[in-house]
Design a protein around this ligand. Structure first.
Ligand SMILES: Cc1ncc(COP(=O)(O)O)c(C=O)c1O
Length: 445
């Protein structure tokens, strides 16, 4: 659908019905950005332009677009078994995928529960945590602790433990019994850090403050993103995640890592837990699990958590939770083909090999107009801009529109540009991303 069918004042009524998610709908419909094809590092738009994808779609197309092996697996699966009920029934590829995932997971996270999105993975993990304590006889542990500036999807549990104001303020009182530790952003000490910032491990001690307030016996779990993405790419300070782990262990609190964006190679290892050497009790994933091709998410659980549920009469359901589309055959087929594609290209560790080059290119933008911080890890980059006074988010949005016009797709959140390119990225793509951004930053000055 192209804009040349517009009627008066550029208004195309055919765009009206679709209420778009997390989108400035009115702006978009005046000037639509429509994608009609994709291949490798590029999208194609409805005008036939190639658009370089510097964000892996939405942090999900880690192996690049339209990988033939994944496409074929989905096509074949659709023709063979379109659907299998996941309650009291299953199909072989669900077990195969869970087993393959457990093989690349951090040590001990060897039980896999399937969902259809990151948001559903978060809800599932939160429920698992509370129910786990209950089945062990610690039913008073119901409190959930999130972190300021955290993003854990858009469902009620996720926005309750999340800490992004715009995602919470419109929706009432949210879940009761939730509290938040402070965020880790400390530009005064850490601005322009290359890789992991050195200051701020002590921010983890804020958990001790909440434990002193609520008492550990009421707390089920702490959930954090190892690298906070949606809030604008916040890299954990050195030692911070270790310290969180120690405090959770000391008090019998489960630690949940939300790896929806960090999973599947983004930080240089299959999961950020491995990059940082800290193993959580539960880990949520989605996005890269199927290379973004078919909606799917999962929760990885330590075996002790799974086993705690396996009591009582054997004919009874142990965990009253699940989705009609959990372990959907198309998603499982896509997931297996995705893992094969990652393995063939050695992609799950490629971000580590590209990190130095990516970081150097990214940090070359530090002296461009209005750049107040540059942050990076693996193949994740954040460029924070000084907001236009009184118009937060506008400068970054202007850069986004300019880049789009120049054939580059970036993502912005507030006044931070967040980059997360497909893991197949090569030097010439990095150069083009940085050159386009540099020009756009100068024009936005
Ligand atoms: C850390 C984190 N958790 C959860 C989600 C929600 O995932 P979904 O949009 O698939 O529900 C996201 C999405 O970006 C995310 O970044």
């Amino acid at each position: 659908m192209s804009a040349d069918v517009s009627s008066d004042a550029g208004h195309d009524a055919r765009l009206d019905a679709y209420w778009m998610p997390f989108t400035a709908n009115r702006q978009f419909k005046q000037s639509p950005r429509l994608l009609t094809g994709a291949d490798g590092m590029f999208f194609r738009d409805d005008k036939g332009r190639d658009v370089l994808d510097s964000i892996a779609g939405l942090w999900c197309v880690n192996a690049g677009h339209n990988r033939p092996r994944i496409v074929r697996a989905i096509q074949e699966q659709a023709a063979e078994l379109d659907f299998a009920p996941p309650f009291q029934m299953a199909h072989p590829k669900a077990f195969e995928l869970a087993d393959r995932l457990a093989q690349i997971a951090p040590a001990g996270l060897n039980r896999v529960f399937f969902t259809n999105s990151g948001s559903e993975s978060v809800e599932t993990a939160l429920k698992m945590a509370i129910a786990y304590h209950r089945v062990r006889g610690e039913g008073a542990r119901t409190r959930l602790i999130g972190r300021e500036r955290g993003y854990h999807g858009v469902n009620f549990g996720g926005i309750s433990v999340g800490g992004m104001v715009a995602n919470r303020k419109m929706f009432g009182h949210l879940l009761a019994g939730v509290d938040h530790i402070r965020h880790t952003h400390d530009p005064a000490r850490n601005a322009f850090s290359i890789g992991v910032p050195q200051h701020g491990a002590e921010f983890a001690d804020d958990l001790e403050r909440l434990i002193a307030l609520h008492d550990a016996s009421t707390i089920a779990a702490v959930i954090v993103e190892p690298v906070a993405g949606s809030t604008g790419v916040l890299i954990p300070p050195a030692g911070y995640l270790q310290r969180l782990r120690e405090i959770c262990d000391k008090h019998g609190i489960l630690l949940i890592f939300d790896e929806v964006i960090t999973g599947f190679g983004r930080t240089g290892q299959p999961f950020a837990a491995q990059t940082f050497g800290v193993t959580p009790d539960l880990m949520t994933v989605a996005k890269g699990i199927t290379n973004g091709c078919v909606p799917m998410g999962a929760v990885f659980a330590q075996q002790k958590i799974h086993d705690a549920f396996m009591t009582g009469p054997e004919h009874l359901i142990e965990f009253f939770h699940g989705y009609t589309y959990s372990a959907h055959p198309l998603a499982c087929a896509a997931g297996i083909a995705t893992l094969n594609t990652y393995a063939d290209g050695d992609l799950l560790t490629r971000a580590g090999r590209m990190e130095a080059e990516f970081a150097q290119a990214l940090h070359s933008l530090r002296d461009e107009p209005n750049v107040i911080d540059v942050r990076n890890i693996g193949l994740v980059g954040g460029i924070e801009l000084k907001p236009i006074p009184g118009e937060p988010a506008k400068r970054a949005f202007n850069v986004f529109l300019d880049c789009w016009n120049q054939g580059l797709l970036i993502r912005t959140t507030g006044d931070t540009i967040a980059l997360s390119p497909p893991l197949i990225i090569e030097s010439q793509h990095i150069e083009r991303i940085i050159a386009t951004l540099r020009d756009a930053l100068r024009r936005a000055a």
